[in-house]
Design a protein around this ligand. Structure first.
Ligand code: NI
Length: 176
């Protein structure tokens, strides 16, 4: 079922979400299916459970090759539950981000360039990956939602924050 995505200003978006304690349950699978449908419907790169009002530590993300976005790096479709992020090194990279909870806007956000992340899939199987660049950025953005952090709260240079259609006139930009 396509769910309503909460927008910035909703108090649920700034809460800290709870750990998932039981895996492979009908409720958990139904939540993930709703998140997937909602993300696809809105053409997003990722979605966190609190964005649909469920305060559990569940995120999904994935970016595919798309001729409309020839420069976008691919990210595998992933369900990540109870994630733990460990930055590798201290290299920070600036990059543009958007968010389905902050529609119509984009901003430049500093993120760790490389990190290792771990967590579980819906059945409770462990996931562990070392990633960098856009993949690392997407994971950091989505996992921030679980701690009640929206990307505008990470912006350092507000001269690089604005409306997508003004910043990138005539360009199609991935929503997320
Ligand atoms: Ni977001």
């Amino acid at each position: 079922m396509i769910r309503e995505v909460l927008r910035m200003g909703d108090p649920r978006l700034v809460q800290v979400s709870r750990l998932v304690e039981t895996f492979d349950t009908p409720d958990l699978h139904a939540l993930i299916e709703d998140m997937r449908e909602t993300m696809q419907h809105l053409n997003g790169a990722g979605l966190a459970a609190p964005q649909i009002g469920v305060l559990l530590r569940v995120v999904i993300f994935g970016v595919h090759a798309n001729p409309r976005y020839p420069d976008a790096e691919e990210v595998p479709d992933t369900v990540l539950i109870n994630p733990v992020l460990d930055p590798i090194g201290d290299e920070i990279e600036d990059g543009w981000e958007g968010c389905l909870s902050v529609p119509g806007l984009r901003g430049v956000v500093p993120r760790f360039r490389r990190l290792r992340y771990s967590g579980f899939d819906a059945r409770g199987e462990r996931i562990e990956r070392t990633v960098e660049g856009f993949h690392a950025r997407v994971v950091q953005h989505e996992c921030d939602h679980l701690d009640g952090i929206l990307y505008p709260m990470r912006i350092r240079d507000f001269s690089q924050f604005g409306f997508t259609d003004v910043l990138f006139p005539g360009q199609e930009v991935q929503d997320d």
